[in-house]
Design a protein around this ligand. Structure first.
Ligand code: ATP
Length: 271
């Protein structure tokens, strides 16, 4: 770790995102205020198109806010990302993993792909040290280290998702942003991956922002919930409070819909 827990602070002030212009303009994220640190365990839920991914992508600089300010350590993220040194410094601390596990270069083995951020962001050069770090992260994620010699098409979806996590976690960020990282996985694999993320985040004391559709996944891994609808944060609070005493009708709808359609185990997790 490069800094003490108290050193990390990321804030969003009235951050909004519009896409398109004129009559085609849609507001993907209505002005939102948010604060994240190395202790955050924030779950973000909402139906498809509610703005969850856009919110996450703005934090990592993949989208630019239409208005408002995202700042890290008192300096705007746009500023951090405007220079190579700033980009490296920011990405050392804030990492993003998406559902899209096709993001791996098909011509590179996982050893090559996962070692790129280690080399660029952490300056690790020696093959031996890279090997050791990769073995350690594989161990943490219950990945067979011999799979590092394989290409993306040679592993299962669950393994590829864990390699995507490995590529971010090997950097040892202070904040990990997960965007639908288990949604495409088989239910039996989902639980295992969630457990691994939860354990790793706790062990390495990093903050987590976890975006997902599935209520059990979010409630299992987060202590605080943010509920989004049509780009607006309609409810936020401690997980227990939001799940047991939802204040907004949409949150109630979301919970009811889930409980109605879920298995007994899931109902338990959501209650
Ligand atoms: N690059 C883009 N250009 C135009 N519109 C976009 C773009 N990205 C997202 N949107 C729109 O912004 C809105 C919010 O999308 P976003 O992907 O953030 O929602 P989401 O809650 O993450 O949805 P899902 O759960 O399906 O991933 C949607 O109406 C979407 O169509």
């Amino acid at each position: 770790m490069t800094s003490d827990d108290g050193d990390f602070e990321l804030t969003l002030a009235a951050v909004r995102k519009d896409f398109g212009r004129g009559h085609r303009r849609i507001t993907a994220v209505q002005p939102v205020d948010l604060s994240l640190d190395a202790h955050s365990e924030l779950g973000v839920i909402g139906e498809s198109g509610s703005g969850k991914s856009t919110l996450a992508r703005m934090i990592v600089g993949l989208e630019h806010p239409t208005s408002g300010l995202i700042s890290y350590q008192g300096r705007s993220v746009a500023q951090w990302l405007s220079s190579r040194a700033g980009r490296i410094a920011y990405r050392q601390q804030v990492q993003y993993v998406a559902q899209d596990t096709t993001s791996f270069d098909p011509r590179q083995t996982f050893f090559e792909s996962v070692s790129v951020p280690l080399r660029i962001l952490r300056g690790v050069r020696g093959r031996q040290e890279i090997r050791e770090r990769l073995d350690a992260i594989a161990d943490d994620l219950s990945l067979d280290p011999t799979l590092f010699s394989r290409y993306p098409h040679q592993v299962s979806g669950g393994q590829r998702q864990r390699f995507a996590l490995a590529r971010s976690l090997v950097v040892e960020p202070r904040l990990l942003i997960c965007d639908e990282v288990v949604s495409a996985l088989d239910v039996s694999v989902q639980g295992a991956v969630l457990n691994l993320i939860k354990r790793h985040v706790a062990r390495h004391r990093m903050g987590l922002m976890f975006v997902a559709h599935g209520l059990p996944a979010v409630t299992f891994i987060s202590s605080e919930l943010l509920v989004m609808r049509n780009g607006e944060v309609v409810e936020r609070g401690a997980v227990d409070q939001v799940v047991n005493e939802p204040q907004h009708p949409y949150t109630r709808e979301l919970l009811d819909a889930y409980v109605d359609s879920s298995s007994p185990q899931r109902r338990e997790a959501a209650s």
